[in-house]
Design a protein around this ligand. Structure first.
Ligand SMILES: C[S@@+](CC[C@H](N)C(=O)[O-])C[C@H]1O[C@@H](n2cnc3c(N)ncnc32)[C@H](O)[C@@H]1O
Length: 271
């Protein structure tokens, strides 16, 4: 586990989660956790995760909002999974978005979660009170930037029809984002319609941020134009033709919006 400066993250540590009706229903019906115990349960797992690494989305319980379901591409993705296509949830943390897909009817063998920290994958089983026997989806613990030798099984080129990535690319500086997008685009099956979709924080005017949640200490925060420029540049370099959709969305960002942060949703699909 990488060391992380602990200062500057207090604003992102919320006392209690606000559980939506959807979250309550999933915790009750899928996980068997009575409503009276849900808040304490979610908080207890969050506190263990906070000790592993202090990401804002963990501190402020963003994981329990199942952000994939708010994507305009969610229903398309779900139908494609039901018809046999596959999806990687890149940097899946607890695997909440992957579980939402399975709960909504996606065949579990068609969804894969990849995540740097095995500890977050393990806490996902605790959060949702399930097990590898109950949830047949595959999880891969691997560093997405690892290019020392052959990729971890499941992270090879041309493996996926769809990749979902929420709050991942924004963690890094420009050059690392270029490397991550290059790898992700090459992991798509090379055919029209293969896509990478998700959401991340953004700003009105692109900037480099110092942020204690990053390992390098620096994040490149996009506006719409810089996002398009980065992805288009990566795709062009590899001779991949893409459509790039990206737009700002309203979000419940609390402490984040106080710092001028916004949220974008994006979908990059192969032509
Ligand atoms: C901010 S969280 C977002 C998690 C989840 N996608 C969500 O929306 O709740 C970022 C995740 O990226 C993972 N991560 C960071 N660096 C990574 C890397 N090099 N390879 C794979 N995952 C990484 C972290 O462990 C963490 O789970």
């Amino acid at each position: 586990m990488a060391d992380q400066p602990k200062q500057g993250m207090e604003n992102f540590y919320y006392e209690n989660p606000e559980l939506s009706d959807e979250a309550k229903a999933i915790l009750k019906n899928y996980s068997g956790i009575p409503e009276t115990e849900q808040t304490a349960h979610v908080r207890a797992v969050r506190d263990k995760a906070w000790q592993l690494y202090r990401y804002p989305c963990i501190g402020r319980f963003a994981f329990i909002t199942f952000s994939i379901g708010q994507s305009e591409h969610y229903h398309d993705a779900l139908q494609r999974l039901k018809s046999g296509q596959n999806l990687l949830d890149l940097a899946c943390c607890f695997g909440q978005d992957l579980r939402k897909l399975v709960i909504d009817g996606a065949p579990p063998e068609n969804v894969v979660g990849s995540e740097l920290e095995q500890g977050f994958i393990d806490l996902g089983y605790e959060l949702f009170n399930d097990s590898p026997e109950k949830l047949k989806a595959k999880f891969i613990a691997a560093d997405f930037f690892d290019n020392s030798g052959s990729p971890a099984p499941g992270l090879e080129e041309h493996s996926y029809d769809m990749i979902h990535a929420a709050s991942f690319f924004h963690l890094f500086g420009w050059d690392e984002q270029v490397a991550a997008w290059d790898r992700a685009l090459k992991m798509l099956k090379p055919k029209p319609g293969s896509m990478i979709f998700g959401r991340q924080t953004a700003v009105a005017r692109a900037t480099v941020l110092k942020h204690p949640a990053t390992r390098s200490g620096e994040m490149y925060r996009h506006d719409l134009e810089s996002f398009r420029d980065l992805v288009a540049g990566v795709a062009e370099k590899s001779g991949i033709e893409v459509d790039i959709e990206v737009h700002y969305v309203d979000g419940r960002l609390g402490a984040m919006s106080a710092e001028g942060w916004k949220m974008v949703r994006f979908c990059v699909s192969l032509k």
